[in-house]
Ligand binder design. Structure first.
Ligand code: ADP
Length: 247
């Protein structure tokens, strides 16, 4: 234990990548980069790199699968074979099937699916490079891709994990912290509704730690939320500048 204490949290209280416990990894977001999707977004969070494409609302095929009162929302979370250190099989694993389901559910409270009966909305999350926190970064980017597709949303969903390593609560775990740590708790938060739409727990926290971890997760999500809004605006700033240059 003493050996591992020095491993993930240094004597100066900083983490292996030099971050403070409540510090996010460097995050870069870009909106609208795929020409052939209705909406798209790219996120880099530390070394994790994810691209998201959204299609819809579009007609359901076969038609009998359509719902008369709302759109069907589908989600596919997938890790590219080259996204992990060891080549990952391209076939969907149990983990990817589970993540696809919980990510779809994380968006249920925000999508105005009742506006689009008999149609469907598809979210494709492709993990290009994986270094932990990909379900959360995938949700953060999928929010942007949904907004970019013009799908009416009650709010964006922002997502971040909190975990415990060597007794210390930390936000936005990288792969090593995720694997070596005592607990990992991914959270998706909808600020306008003050709703948590995803909360999972791998490992154990005490009740007090859980309360503190949830508070830290919400705070981290709020910081990510500001970045999301900035990334959405940036697309239009760039479009405006391009038009002005032409004039
Ligand atoms: P998250 O990426 O949301 O943290 P997990 O906690 O399930 O999801 O996984 C943590 C990390 O483990 C992933 O980001 C990835 O780096 C690694 N990982 C997951 N699945 C595989 C796999 N099939 N092969 C290699 N590494 C994987």
């Amino acid at each position: 234990m003493e050996e591992s204490r020095q491993k993930l949290i240094g004597e100066n209280g900083l983490r292996i990548d030099g971050r403070k416990p409540d510090e996010l990894r460097p995050i870069r977001m870009e909106v609208g980069l795929l020409a052939n999707a209705d909406g798209s977004a790219y996120i880099e969070q530390g070394k994790s790199k994810i691209i998201v494409a959204v299609y819809g609302p579009r007609e359901v095929h076969p038609k009998h699968l359509g719902l008369s009162d709302r759109a069907i929302v589908r989600c596919r979370y997938h890790m590219a074979p080259f996204s992990t250190q060891e080549r990952k099989s391209p076939a969907p694993s149990r983990r990817e099937i589970e993540l696809s389901k919980i990510i779809r559910e994380a968006f249920e409270p925000v999508i105005f699916s009742e506006y689009y009966p008999r149609s469907m909305i598809d979210i494709f999350i492709e993990v290009l490079q994986s270094d932990g926190g990909t379900r959360c970064a995938g949700i953060t980017a999928a929010s942007l891709a949904l907004a970019d597709a013009g799908i009416p949303l009650r709010d964006l969903v922002a997502s971040c994990a909190v975990g415990k390593v060597e007794g210390c609560l930390i936000v936005d775990l990288n792969d090593e912290e995720d694997k070596e740590g005592e607990a990992d708790m991914p959270v998706a938060y909808i600020p306008a509704l003050d709703t948590v739409s995803l909360l999972q727990m791998d490992g154990q926290l005490t009740e007090e730690e859980f309360v503190e971890a949830l508070k830290m997760a919400k705070e981290a999500c709020m910081r990510i939320y500001q970045m999301q809004k900035q990334a959405l605006k940036q697309k239009y700033v760039e479009a405006k500048e391009a038009v002005e240059e032409q004039e």
